[in-house]
Design a binder for this molecule. Sequence first.
Ligand code: FAD
Length: 490
Amino acid sequence: MTDPGYDVVVVGAGSAGCALAGRLAERGDRSVCLVEAGPASRLPDVTSAASLAATAPGHPLNWEYAARLVRGRMVSVPRGRVVGGSSAINGSYFVRAVPRDFADWAVPGWSYDDVLPYYRRSESDLDAGGEVHGRAGPLRVRRPAGHLLAPVTPVFLAACSALGYPAEPDKNAGGPPGAGPVPSNAAEGVRISTATAYLPPPWGAAPEVRTLTVRPEVRALRVLLAGDRAQGVETTAGTIRAGEVVLAAGAVGSPHLLLHSGIGPAPVLEQAGVPLRAELPVGQGWSDHPSVYLPFRWPGPPPHPDAVAGQAALNLDSGSDPAGDLEVLLFARPFGEGGDLHLMCALQRPESHGDLTITSADPLAPPLLDYRYLRTEADRRRLRAAVRIAADLLRVAGLDRAAPEGWVLGNDVRLDGWIRNVLTTSVHLCGSAALGRVVSPDLRVHGFANLRVADTSVLPAVPRRGPAATAVMVGERAADLLAGPVRTST
Ligand SMILES: Cc1cc2nc3c(=O)[nH]c(=O)nc-3n(C[C@H](O)[C@H](O)[C@H](O)COP(=O)(O)OP(=O)(O)OC[C@H]3O[C@@H](n4cnc5c(N)ncnc54)[C@H](O)[C@@H]3O)c2cc1C
């Protein structure tokens, strides 16, 4: 295919990339090419809000990265590899970062008040109104109710209340943490990915636009650079030239592309054999939520087949973070037929940081992810606290915990050992090409006039809540940063 050249090429049709490309293209004044390594898919694994099938290792719609969580514990980490990205395969938990996250990051132009209009612009909240919610955005947001409320959910929320945790009926209101239903980007059992919400047919359900070209199954290999300017991207389907390049390949894909373009730490690039273009801490110092699943038996009826799994959450302060540094998330559906239900216990504001590196100059070789989880006693202490609180909730609810046994739960050393053996990640990696460290507040990579990153890589740290809603906000905000603000009617 001859490359016609575009005003903007966006790499990665994920949570942020679809929002950015869709919003830019709807203005009609510039040509936009959206490049995605994965295919378009309407499999039930993608469209059914209840399905987490595409998160399984080996599923063709996810990238499977080998990752080390702690010394001796390797896991496979999924990420969406499909038009819609991780928003097309994830748990549909759609909760905003809290005001304190933005205050901690202290990036000019990225305060909670600055970004609130973009959260609002992204959504149509079908339950909640008022100043903080959007009513006319492309992503429909709902909380479990009626037949989509799993029978176990009120039991969980009653246990939270019995233990004295405050209710948090609207987790997107920016208030203090507590127990409440989880807003999700799912309506009547259908997962609303960002492809569905922001892209026109045949990719999604947004209005037709002429200025957008979507190229699925085209993988970017590196950014084409000349001095301090990006000229386009090299891909598996040839060179795509553009006046502006935006990487929205996610918090693994974008730093991977930057490293293969020669932008990163000098020792990493030298060791991989990639010529250095600019020394920046790409892939360094990111964070993610370490988590473990506490299994329990549910003797009651199963949820409706359309109900989302992640129905309700308790967000709470471990003792040093009033904005809530722990989360206990109810999974109201077993991972396999007839299996246990789970409480996911997660540390939402970890001190430990990870590294993403490359060891070869081959851009098709996967990066290495070293999470370095639970390096500090404060992190270990808080994750133990989350597990014990979850166990208490089960006790109060009269539900049988399947693991760990009491003699493990009651002893710090044994509980640390149990946690280490079952440790997993929430797959919320953020901060691998962070605002301040790698990109400026307008998302430009330091030293490059027309190369930007717009996805969860840029968040300075993983927010205290899951990042899916924040990824979409970044895409919305990036569109205004590239093209200037538009008047909205949310
Ligand atoms: C299994 C799973 C479950 C999750 N559940 C939740 C949840 O319920 N709630 C929540 O808040 N968060 C959840 N998350 C995290 C959240 O979904 C992600 O953090 C967020 O969607 C990331 O958005 P993004 O735009 O940064 O990247 P993505 O949405 O991952 O998009 C990146 C896109 O770039 C493409 N890409 C990558 N490299 C290239 C390349 N070289 N060339 C072309 N295309 C490329 C990818 O295929 C992908 O489509 C989950 C994540 C996963 C993987």
